[in-house]
Every structure is written in structure tokens, then in C-alpha cells.
Design a protein around this ligand. Structure first.
Ligand SMILES: Nc1nc2c(ncn2[C@H]2C[C@H](O)[C@@H](COP(=O)(O)OP(=O)(O)OP(=O)(O)O)O2)c(=O)[nH]1
Length: 197
């Protein structure tokens, strides 16, 4: 039985590797926008959207890898009742950061374990991040500094990098913010006998 990460996210595979957890990377082939469209229509909450998408990815990969244990994850940003995905381009990233300036947004990170195409464990956690008042000049210099990496994160920042300079307060788990709530995931992997106790 292999442990598999159904994600193309660099940070997610990095977090597992740095934690000494061997997981084979096998990104899911799920059209996230198609999966979520009817759910958004139906008024699903952001945390439920994240869970559904994480489960869709885990089920997609575990369905074609009999017997393997597959980790699916998804992160959604919620702000004033709206859901944000990764910014399309640098201009969208600039607008998004200025809109969040001085306000608090929430990151919801869901993680699901699936085997043989069915979920066996689900978890979602939230973190609340308060940005300090940002000037257009600062945002411009920040984006020039980080470049296109701003587009690989749902909030247009990487907390472990210069993104931390955007914030005045953070409530919640660091790994939830990076996109993979390691502590509850590892507790379940220990319970399943996959990780050493
Ligand atoms: N390095 C870094 N990445 C972050 C941070 N906050 C969010 N992210 C990343 C984690 C995920 O890769 C991405 C959230 O988007 P998704 O959950 O849709 O995952 P993504 O499309 O990247 O990969 P996947 O759908 O799992 O194949 O944002 C951060 O502070 N640092």
C-alpha cells in the first residue's frame, strides 16, 4: 500500500517531505470549477466547498490506485461572504491585496483520505488572517519582489516568505494557512498505522 498525495501543489509535497513523510505525488485530474459550480449555485458554505473538492481529488486518484491511501486537499479563501480562488494574473493579485488591506479574511483548508475511490476520513480547519493597512506603493513593491509566485497561492501571498509582511495578526494553525493541516492528518495516519506512533 502506498501513501499518495493527489495534489500538484508544491508546498503540500514540500510540507510532507520536510515532515519525513514519504508520499508519492499523483495530482488529481478534477475540473475543480466544474465540480464547484453547482455547489456554489446551491449556496454551499466555503468550508463545505473545500471538503467536496478535497474529496473529489482524493477519490479521483484512489479510484485508479486500488489499495493505496490517497490524500486530497483543497483550500478556499472566504472574505465578506465571497469565495476567492487563486488570482488570475498580477493585476488581479494587486486588486485582491488592496481589497483585503486592513481587513480579516479566512482560509479554509480541507484534507480527505480516500481508499479505492471512497473517502474514509475528512477534516477542515480555518485560519483568520488580518492584513495591516497596505499602501498601493507597498503592494506594488511586494508583487514586484515575489513575482508570479503570488499567483500560486489563493491569497496571493506565501506566509513563509515575504507574504508575512502583509499581516498584523494571524489566528489559526500555520499549516492550515499553507494549505495542508498536518497535525490532524498525521493523527489520523498514526491511527491507521501508516505513521510511527
Ligand atoms: N507556499 C505557500 N502556498 C500557499 C500559501 N497559502 C496558500 N497556498 C497554496 C496552497 C495550495 O497550493 C494553493 C491553494 O489552492 P488549491 O487548494 O486549489 O491547491 P492547488 O490548485 O495548488 O493544488 P491541487 O488542487 O491540490 O492540485 O495555495 C502560503 O502561505 N504559502
Amino acid at each position: 500500500m502506498a501513501l499518495v498525495l493527489a495534489s500538484g501543489s508544491k508546498i503540500r509535497s514540500e510540507l510532507l517531505r520536510n515532515a519525513g513523510v514519504d508520499a508519492e505525488v499523483d495530482p488529481a485530474g478534477v475540473d475543480e470549477r466544474a465540480v464547484e459550480a453547482p455547489l456554489i449555485e446551491a449556496g454551499f458554505l466555503p468550508e463545505d466547498l473545500a471538503l467536496v473538492l478535497a474529496e473529489a481529488k482524493a477519490d479521483d486518484v484512489s479510484g485508479r490506485r486500488p489499495g493505496d491511501l490517497v490524500i486530497g486537499a483543497d483550500q478556499v479563501l472566504a472574505y465578506e461572504g465571497k469565495r476567492f480562488t487563486k488570482p488570475e494574473d498580477m493585476e488581479a493579485a494587486r486588486r485582491q491585496l488592496l481589497a483585503f488591506s486592513g481587513r480579516t479574511h479566512t482560509l479554509l483548508s480541507a484534507v480527505v483520505l480516500s481508499r479505492d475511490g471512497a473517502a474514509i476520513w475528512r477534516h477542515v480547519s480555518a485560519a483568520h488572517l488580518t492584513m495591516r493597512e497596505l499602501t498601493p506603493g507597498f503592494v506594488g513593491r511586494y508583487l514586484a519582489d515575489v513575482g508570479e509566485t503570488a499567483l500560486s497561492s489563493v491569497g496571493a501571498y506565501q506566509l513563509e516568505g515575504p507574504g508575512v509582511q502583509l499581516f498584523e495578526r494571524i489566528e489559526g494553525d500555520y499549516f492550515t494557512i499553507l494549505g495542508l493541516p498536518l497535525l490532524p492528518l498525521f493523527a489520523e495516519l498514526r491511527r491507521l498505522g501508516v505513521l510511527d506512533t
